[in-house]
Design a protein around this ligand. Sequence first.
Ligand code: PLP
Length: 392
Amino acid sequence: MNNLNIETVVKALKSVYSIDRGFIGLHEPCFAGNEWTYVKECIDTTWVSSAGKYVDRFEAMLADFTGVKKAVAVVNGTAALHIALKLAGVEPGDEVLIPALTFVATANAVTYCSAVPHFADSEERTLGLDPHKLRDYLKNIARLNSDGCINKRTGRRIKAVIPVHTFGHPVDLDPLADICKEYKIEMIEDAAESLGSYYKGAHTGNRGKLSILSFNGNKTITTGGGGAIITNDEALGKLAKHLTSTAKIPHRWEYRHDEIGYNFRLPNINAALGCAQMEQLPKFLEQKRRLAERYQNAFQDIEGIKFFTEPPFARSNYWLNILLLDTAVSDKRDEVLEKTNDNGIMTRPAWTLMHRLPMFKEYPVMDLSCAESLAKCLINIPSSPFLVEENA
Ligand SMILES: *Cc1c(COP(=O)(O)O)cnc(C)c1O
C-alpha cells in the first residue's frame, strides 16, 4: 500500500505551529536582541564600512563558537568559498569534487577559480556526499602521481572535494577524510547551512583545510549578506584575511599591495548585526530543535511520507526541515507543494541538481542515482526558530 493523503499532510504541518500568522515562510530572520543598538552605534560613530570593532568581535565570536583557530568575515558565503578554494591550492584546470545536490554557489565558486566541478552522489543517511561510493568511484577513475590525484578519463588533477552539510545535516566526515588522505585531495567544508551542527562532537568546519559559513538572510543567523572563512591553520587564516582585504600591507599611510587581492571584507555595520545574532544563536538552535521534534511527532504515523532526522553520529541544527516522500508516491510532490503553499505554508522542492543546469551540463559526473531520487522526493518545510513557543 502506497498512499499519500495530502490533506493529512497539510493538517499535520498546521498542528506543529503555535503562532498564528498569515503566511509561514521557509526561514525568516529573527531580530529580537541587540541588533538595533549595535547597528545604531555604527551609524552614530560613522564606523559603517570596512573597519571597526564589530568585525573583530564577530570574527572572535565565530571562532569561539565553532572551535576553530581563525575566522575571517567576508561579504558572502560564495566569496568565502572562492577564496578557500584558492588558498587550498586549486588552480585553473583542476577538478573539484562536489555533490550534485547542493546550492548553485558551491559549483559557481569552483568555476571562479577556472576549475572544473565534478559532480558526486549523495547518500540517504546524511543527504550529503557518499564517501563509500566515492571511494569505489575513485578506485576506478583515479591514479596518483607526483602532482597528486589524476582523473584518468580527463587527464585533469582532482585537487579538492567540498562536502556540503546539506540543510544542516553533517556529512560522514571520517571516511571522507581517509579518502582525502589516501588520494591527496584537499577537503573544504561548505558549512554554509550548518552553523550549530556537530559531527561526532566537533562543530562542522573543523575538518576542512579551510571551511566556510554563510549569513545570508535565510540562514540560521544573518548579517543581511555575509559569510566567513574558518580554519585551524593560522597561517592560512592570515592569508585569507590578507587576500580578502585587497592584499594591502598594513601601514599607517602608505598604500601598498603585494598581490592581486579581493575586496571581500564584511562591512562593520553587517558585523554589528552578526554580533547581535551570535548572542541569540544558542536560543535559535534550541527553538529549531524543538520545532524539529514537533515535526517528527506529527509525521510519525503518516503513510507515504517521513520527516528526515539527523544522522546517528551528528547533532544537527535542522536549518531547513525536510519531508521525504516514499519513492512510490514521489509523483505527488508537486501536488503537495501546491496544496501547502495554497494553505499559507511555504514549501519548496530540492534545488535543481547541478549537472542539470545549462552551464554545468558538460562537466564530469559519477552515477548520481541517489541524488536523483532524493531530488524527486524531497520537500523543505518552514523552519524559522520562532514557529514554536516556549511552552507549546
Ligand atoms: C547559502 C549557501 C552558500 C553561500 O551563499 P551566499 O548566499 O553567497 O552567502 C554556499 N553553499 C551553500 C550550500 C549554501 O546554502
